[in-house]
Ligand binder design. Structure first.
Ligand SMILES: Nc1nc2c(c(=O)[nH]1)N[C@H]1C(S)=C(S)[C@@H](COP(=O)(O)OP(=O)(O)OC[C@H]3O[C@@H](n4cnc5c(=O)[nH]c(N)nc54)[C@H](O)[C@@H]3O)O[C@H]1N2
Ligand SMILES: Nc1nc2c(c(=O)[nH]1)N[C@H]1C(S)=C(S)[C@@H](COP(=O)(O)OP(=O)(O)OC[C@H]3O[C@@H](n4cnc5c(=O)[nH]c(N)nc54)[C@H](O)[C@@H]3O)O[C@H]1N2
Ligand SMILES: [Mo]
Length: 768
């Protein structure tokens, strides 16, 4: 189901090799090679002067927020030279590039010829420099004025039978100010169809945390890391995806913390780290990070956690008051007795088998935490993108609650967010299921009646477009086609739209697999100056630990024809709603302080927003868990009972997780290397266990095709090179987004509806 001709690669999924080179799996992350690699990229994309200016201001107080991940900046001292990492620098290089795409570029390259390029090549073309329009039946984008573009979009939006036929997606880079305006516009227009990248990312964390603890965000601050006794890291690859977290882990370890890593892969950053910002690191003096590495089977986490909790309960029976925090359990939690009964009834051997971790190793983990009271659990996509993700995350919470490890220094929950402002966008109301209270506040403050019915999340949006229930797709950032599951299905869904619109910095595949008509609206990025009347304006973002701080770009935009995201929303709203609107959109665009004033009176925690956002380092949003309370109905934290239910595989099937290489930010491919895993110049690879390779009569280096057959549909991804890798038997790994074609649209997490991108059942067949 790849294209019209199943033997040909298609616009949504080119399948060419780039020429693999192999090296060893690295023992330590970062150090000198990382510094060199990041500087080279910045200078080659942006030039020396522009590049250095951008890097100098990255993550400095008063500078701009790194457009890469959401890891927090230190509250106190920030590095004098560089408060960023290799991959942050690369994200900046990507955005700060001096290459630009004007009307000439689009008149020379048809949509089809661009779509035949790889994501790496498409991204390398440069920044979109002016608004572009693809009329019905045309194969070339042509220039359009901003005014005509807004008129066109407004006309189509106003022609729909119902506002619910339009979908308004958000990626996670959008500032608080733009996000607040965007959701306000969308709701005044009349729909809650506000899916976002969070639906594919940490939605499962939000659901689990809200159910158990009454707030969908993590409880720890950076300082908690330095007081923790044990830090458990599950399903996360910080060396690549949150490199600055390694600095925090190194410091935590120096202060006495023990680190446990739970991951099917021995990820380099977890194992060892040469901190490029310390002399030892630059000299290559290794700081080993992980004390105990547990190579779980994919989705073996629930069983492993239950096994450890069971051992804790047994140890507590032997040594009362030594293991559990009974006072905390009694005062602050509910459901303990039921959980205890459940866990004690489980068979340790069964749990060991289901997790892939031997009983002695499970015991080693349990012994590490028996007497400890200050535990932090960190997790990311290895936990959230599973069918039972909410159960697994609630099991993490169970473990922390048994220890009283929430709401005290050195302990707590740490879902490590992805996009730099994904958490802020949700705080601003980018959510398809807004609470009644939030909608009432909007009505009271702005005088329009917001729609009550819940909207589509990401997966529901794709289905709605496919079924013809939604006809216009508007994206505030992101690369919807490549980020979502079941690429061929999603492509068909987007092609059924009458209009697809993307507010973007860079060209991407979602501009090339489009609706009947398509528009690209080019916007300023984080690093760009946003000038008005001689003033360089700032916006603000919220990081993974709930700190809100300002972000002000420093670079001259590559083109005069870019608008800021707040300006785009303002003009779109005016064009669409006209005199129907109760909101002064011009005022917002002219003075961002007025947006923040309205955020302050609408969203709790933003008191004195305009003053506090100007404080160096910003301010913390309130967090009930951090303050030791729980915002659930009963005001207690809830234990949860979950059942382990391992997948039953056919003899020739494997479980595939789709992961990030070192040289990418989601669908943006910076380069073709995955340096830490020793894979160079190729992304079409499949990491397999030696026994699984042998069983299939394959060898390292063979070329294979991958198939998934869920729901009676054959999904195929061709041309992958087999790589022998230390990964548990029965499991394999490939890169996202090349294998999104194989992720069935129907395969979603219970409760959070997140695509199950880390548990795809596939068959591996030697390429004919
Ligand atoms: N440089 C860079 N930084 C990024 C991104 C990027 O693409 N590039 N993306 C950003 C975004 S949006 C996000 S959400 C984060 C993503 O950050 P991560 O969650 O670290 O990203 P993934 O590569 O998806 O890695 C998942 C990790 O989980 C492991 N894993 C997979 N399945 C399981 C499982 O069942 N159990 C366990 N215990 N482990 C498992 C994998 O081996 C891998 O190490 O990073 C953010 N930061
Ligand atoms: N198989 C599989 N699929 C996955 C995942 C996985 O692990 N496996 N991970 C999922 C996760 S965690 C996430 S978060 C999603 C990511 O999904 P998205 O957020 O939709 O994807 P990105 O690749 O981050 O979006 C990149 C595009 O954003 C645009 N952009 C960049 N900066 C800006 C800006 O400042 N403003 C605007 N308007 N546009 C900008 C650029 O045009 C760029 O091409 O993918 C999900 N998909
Ligand atoms: Mo994400």
């Amino acid at each position: 189901m790849n294209s019209d001709n199943p033997n040909q690669p298609s616009a949504e999924n080119p399948e060419n090799f780039t020429g693999i080179k192999r090296g060893k799996i690295k023992e330590n992350a970062a150090g000198i090679p990382a510094v060199i690699s990041s500087l080279e990229k910045v200078v080659s994309e942006a030039g020396m002067q522009r590049g250095m200016k951008a890097l100098w201001n990255l993550n400095k107080k008063g500078g701009f927020d790194c457009p890469s991940c959401a890891w927090p900046d230190p509250d106190d001292e920030r590095s004098g030279i560089a408060e960023y990492c290799e991959n942050g620098a690369r994200a900046v290089a990507e955005e700060a590039t001096s290459k630009k795409l004007t009307a000439d570029f689009f008149s020379e390259h048809s949509v089809a010829s661009l779509a035949a390029l790889s994501d790496y090549e498409i991204g390398g073309k440069g920044r979109v420099a002016q608004p572009m329009f693809l009329p019905t039946g045309s194969t070339y984008y042509q220039p359009i004025s901003w005014g005509a573009a807004f008129e066109k979009i407004a006309l189509e939006l106003n022609r729909l039978q119902s506002p619910d036929e339009a979908i308004f997606y958000t990626s996670g880079r959008t500032s608080n100010e733009a996000a607040f305006m965007y959701q306000l516009f969308v709701r005044e227009y009349g729909t809650n169809n506000l899916p976002d990248c969070s639906n594919m990312c940490h939605e499962s964390s939000g659901v689990a945390l809200t159910e158990a603890l009454g707030i969908g965000k993590g409880s720890v601050t950076l300082d908690d890391f330095y007081e923790a006794e044990v830090i458990v890291i599950l399903g996360q690859n910080p060396g690549t995806n949150h490199p600055r977290m390694l600095t925090a882990l190194q410091k935590a370890k120096a202060k006495g913390a023990t680190i446990v890593a739970i991951n099917p892969l021995p990820e380099t950053g977890l194992m060892g780290f040469n901190n490029p910002q310390s002399i030892n690191g630059v000299l290559g003096i290794n700081s080993g990070l992980t004390d105990l590495f547990l190579p779980v089977k994919i989705n073996g986490d629930l069983a492993l956690l239950q096994a450890v909790e069971k051992l804790m309960l047994l140890e507590e029976q032997k040594n009362p008051e030594m293991v559990l925090d009974n006072a905390f359990i009694g005062e602050h939690t509910e459901g303990f007795e039921a959980l205890k009964k459940h866990l004690l009834s489980l068979d340790l051997e069964y749990l060991s088998e289901a997790s892939g971790i031997s009983i002695p190793q499970i015991e080693a983990f349990a012994r590490l935490i028996y007497t400890k009271k200050k535990i932090i659990a960190c997790w990311a996509m290895g936990l959230t993108q599973h069918k039972n993700a909410v159960d697994s995350i609630r099991e993490i919470i169970n473990l922390l609650l048994l220890k009283g490890s929430i709401g005290k220094p050195g302990a707590g929950t740490c879902p490590v967010r992805g996009h730099s402002n994904v958490q802020g966008d949700r705080t601003m109301g980018i959510y398809e299921k807004p609470s009644e209270k939030f909608l009432e506040t909007l009505e009271r403050n702005f005088g329009f009646e917001p729609p009550k019915a819940h909207g589509y999340d990401t997966v529901e949006a794709i289905k709605a477009m496919y079924e013809g229930k939604a006809k216009i797709f508007f994206a505030m950032g992101g690369n919807f086609l490549s980020a979502t599951p079941d690429t061929a299905f999603t492509a068909a869904a987007l092609r059924k739209c009458i209009l697809t619109v993307h507010v973007s910095t860079k060209l991407n595949r979602s501009h090339l697999v489009h609706g009947e008509e398509a528009i690209i609206l080019p916007c300023l990025g984080r690093s760009d100056m946003d000038m008005l009347n001689g003033e360089n304006r700032f916006v603000s973002c919220e990081n993974s630990m709930g700190v809100v701080q300002l972000s002000r770009g420093v670079l001259q935009p590559v083109s005069d024809d870019l608008l800021s995201e707040p300006a785009i929303v303002s003009r779109l709203a005016k064009a669409t709603l006209g005199r129907r609107s109760k909101i002064d959109w011009d005022k917002y665009a002219a003075d961002y302080d007025t947006i923040r004033t309205d955020i302050e009176r609408t969203i709790p925690g933003f008191d004195a927003y305009n003053r506090r956002v100007r404080l160096p380092g910003g301010f913390y949003l309130p967090n009930v868990n951090r303050e030791g309370t729980f915002n659930t109905l009963s005001r207690k934290a809830g234990f949860h009972i979950a059942h382990v239910n391992p997948a039953v595989l056919g003899p020739d099937e494997l479980i595939m997780m789709t992961i990030r290489s070192h040289d990418q930010f989601n669908t943006t491919i910076y380069g073709l290397n995955d340096r830490y895993r020793g894979i160079y110049n190729e992304r079409r690879v499949i990491l397999m266990n030696a026994k699984d390779i042998l069983k299939r009569n394959l060898s390292d280096g063979y070329v294979v095709d991958l198939h998934n057959y869920t729901d009676g549909v054959e999904r195929t991804a061709r041309n992958f090179i087999v790589i022998k890798y230390p990964i548990p038997e029965g499991c394999c790994a490939t890169y996202f987004p090349e294998t999104n074609v194989l992720v069935p649209i129907s395969s979603v997490a219970e409760k959070s509806n997140t695509p199950v991108s880390k548990h795809v059942i596939i068959k591996v067949v030697r390429h004919a």
